[in-house]
Write a protein that binds this ligand. Structure first.
Ligand code: CBY
Length: 434
């Protein structure tokens, strides 16, 4: 073959070797924006009282998709500023990472707060504390791998310092922290793919130096995690469950080099999420905030793009509020459920609550009936109340123990504050290990 013929071939070969970094993105089309309205209503109409971590999720989401709701954004930023000033020491590493992502998203003026309050240094310290806890407690972080992934992501996007070798050591796909029991956590895997993709890109761009083997391993990890995520795809297109699908979509958008076109029907997944929205599934601000970016074709890796995130969706939140359709309880009648606490023994009671009550109402009623057996404590997390102890027995991240919620023996995919109970149901809180 003459040289002139070889050249295009060589070119083609080289081209196919360069990671394309192209993303396979499907997103809601403009004429369908109306179907996202329930998400915006949920975010707009929530009370963001001081210290609620849902405000961070909501701000990040609004910034990323370029929604110009200045009133709401101002309110959220004020709260975040209060948190940063008054109670940063109580904020977990992942929460701080989210604060940085939200404030720094899309070249907006609030970015300065990150530097005024030295938030990157503080995140480096919190990330370090997670690693130290893993070393002291059998590989268990202070929080969890979802948050460690957020930490790496924020440090990577905002030029913080982290050790690539440590990332490679800790983020192997076989690590137990990707699993709750034998169940792969899609949320966790998806967040790790986003973090590892960011790290990979900065290595390729030469922003961070490391040896070849780290880069190779990171690619292997991403591929393996993407396979695990895709293997959690359900018949209807959801990935994991309703609440993990948005994050799984983000991970799949940025990793299309690692799976075949036929392995994932993005449009089917998108339609499944739209159906869930129409059924009122995303009724808490955090649930709404976490799913929205993917539906508009955005990922957390867009946070530090050099442009402001304006989009066609810009003003559609400003239109008049539609009244929220609160599913009115059928009548004011009562229902009764069987409620039990399981440690080794099972303690049960029949509890009567008004129709339309949530799991937490049942627990409170039972506690009033018998404080020794049904007494419990909880704390407010971004997704709503989280049960921390029952009968004085406390959940512990170091021991990987928690109070699991079940109905009819099947784990629930909602927390105590949002799961609506039904007449005759068998509800249980069970002392479990993950
Ligand atoms: N976020 C976090 O740190 C949480 C990370 C997360 C992976 C999260 C899901 C995903 C997300 N997008 O935020 C997560 N859950 C974790 C890590 C955990 C563990 C918490 C302890 C730890 N090591 O940090 C643990 C104990 C395994 C856990 N979740 C328990 C539970 C149950 C809570 C019961 C209780 N005691 O109150 C529960 C209700 C499952 C059950 N049947 O018992 C549960 N989680 C659920 C349902 C969920 C989903 C919430 C969905 C909803 N609509 O309410 C979830 C989105 C989430 C929050 N957990 Co966890 C997963 C899902 O279903 N897709 C970062 C921080 C800054 O906000």
């Amino acid at each position: 073959m003459r040289q002139s013929h070889q050249l295009p071939l060589v070119g083609l070969l080289l081209f196919s070797l360069i990671p394309s970094q192209l993303c396979e993105i499907c997103e809601v089309s403009e004429e369908n924006y109306i179907r996202l309205k329930p998400l915006l209503n949920t975010m707009n109409q929530s009370e963001y009282t001081r210290g609620t971590s849902s405000s961070v999720n909501v701000l990040l989401s609004l910034q990323l998709v370029g929604i110009q709701n200045q009133n709401l954004k101002q309110k959220l930023i004020q709260q975040i500023e209060y948190t940063v000033k008054r109670r940063l020491s109580q904020v977990s590493s992942g929460e701080l990472a989210l604060i940085i992502l939200a404030l720094g998203a899309c070249r907006n003026p609030d970015e300065n707060l990150i530097y005024d309050y030295h938030l990157i240094d503080k995140l480096e310290n919190k990330f370090q504390a997670e690693i130290e806890n893993m070393e002291a407690h059998n590989g268990n972080p202070l929080t969890n791998y979802y948050q460690l992934s957020l930490d790496v992501l924020a440090l990577c996007l905002f030029n913080g310092t982290y050790s690539t070798t440590k990332v490679v050591n800790y983020f192997t796909p076989e690590n137990k922290n990707y699993y709750f029991g034998s169940q792969f956590s899609v949320d966790t895997g998806a967040m790790a793919v986003l973090a590892l993709t960011c790290v990979k890109r900065s290595l390729i761009n030469g922003q961070v130096k490391t040896d070849e083997s780290n880069l190779k391993n990171i690619s292997i990890y991403i591929k393996s995690l993407v396979e695990k995520i895709l293997s959690e795809k359900k018949e209807n297109g959801l990935i994991g469950n309703t609440f993990s699908t948005g994050e799984a979509m983000q991970a799949l958008f940025v990793s299309s080099d690692y799976y075949h076109e036929n392995d994932w029907n993005c449009q089917q997944t998108l339609n499944a999420v739209l159906t869930e929205i129409s059924q009122g599934a995303f009724s808490t601000p955090t649930a709404a905030a976490q799913v929205l970016p993917a539906l508009m074709g955005k990922t957390f890796l867009d946070v530090n793009k050099d442009s402001s995130c304006v989009s066609a969706a810009g003003n559609f939140s400003n239109s008049t509020h539609e009244p929220v359709t609160v599913t009115a309880p059928g009548s004011q009648s009562s229902i009764s459920v069987n409620y039990s606490v399981t440690i080794n023994e099972t303690y049960s009671a029949n509890v009567t609550v008004p129709n339309g009550s949530v799991f937490l109402d049942v627990m409170e009623k039972a506690q009033k009936m018998n404080d020794t057996i049904f007494g419990f404590t909880m704390e407010e997390r971004s997704w709503g109340p989280y049960i921390t102890s029952v009968q004085g027995l406390w959940a512990s991240n170091n021991d990987r123990t928690y109070w699991e919620l079940l109905s009819g023996g099947i784990p629930l995919s909602q927390g105590v504050g949002s799961y609506v109970v039904h007449d005759g149901e068998n509800l249980e809180v069970r002392w479990s290990k993950y």
